[in-house]
Design a protein around this ligand. Structure first.
Ligand code: DGP
Length: 135
């Protein structure tokens, strides 16, 4: 539990949230931005800032819960798919510094624009590839 962390407070129950799923290691709750229908956040209860410092075990619990919630949305709630979104680090647009995966439930023809419109690459793909390949 991190002091002054809004999602730690939500996980600990000192701040209210609309809980969608709750277990020992993870919590899924409604995002309150009101920006898209069904916007859900899934968090590890143990504080990590993002995927870069999250422990392997917490990460695997988190992804299991993401799958449970996604399956629930599709099998029980009338959705047919999901977008999963995550920003890890301020440079990537992370605004709340407690690891969270956004789930956006989707239906055919829902007109939700959940995919970034990239402006076009600046460098040759092969140049970047040479820099980042791990093999
Ligand atoms: P990101 O930009 O990926 O760090 O997303 C942070 C999200 O957290 C954003 O969609 C709005 C949501 N959010 C911020 N404060 C609160 C809060 O107090 N309660 C809930 N439920 N969601 C919050």
């Amino acid at each position: 539990m991190m002091n002054n962390c809004i999602f730690c407070s939500i996980a600990g129950g000192s701040l209210p949230s609309m809980k969608v799923f709750d277990d020992e290691h993870t919590l899924a709750f409604m995002d309150t931005a009101g920006d898209v229908d069904g916007h859900i956040l899934v968090i590890p209860k143990k504080h990590a800032k993002n995927i870069l410092d999250c422990g392997e075990e917490e990460l695997s619990y988190l992804m299991k819960t993401v799958k449970k919630v996604a399956l629930h949305l599709v099998e029980k709630c009338g959705y047919s798919g999901v977008n999963l979104l995550n920003a890890s680090d301020e440079s990537a647009g992370q605004s709340v510094p407690h690891f969270h995966i956004h789930i956006i439930p989707r239906k055919n023809g829902d007109n939700i624009d959940a995919w970034p419109h990239f402006e076009g690459a600046v460098h040759e793909t092969e140049d970047i590839f040479r820099k980042i390949s791990m093999i």
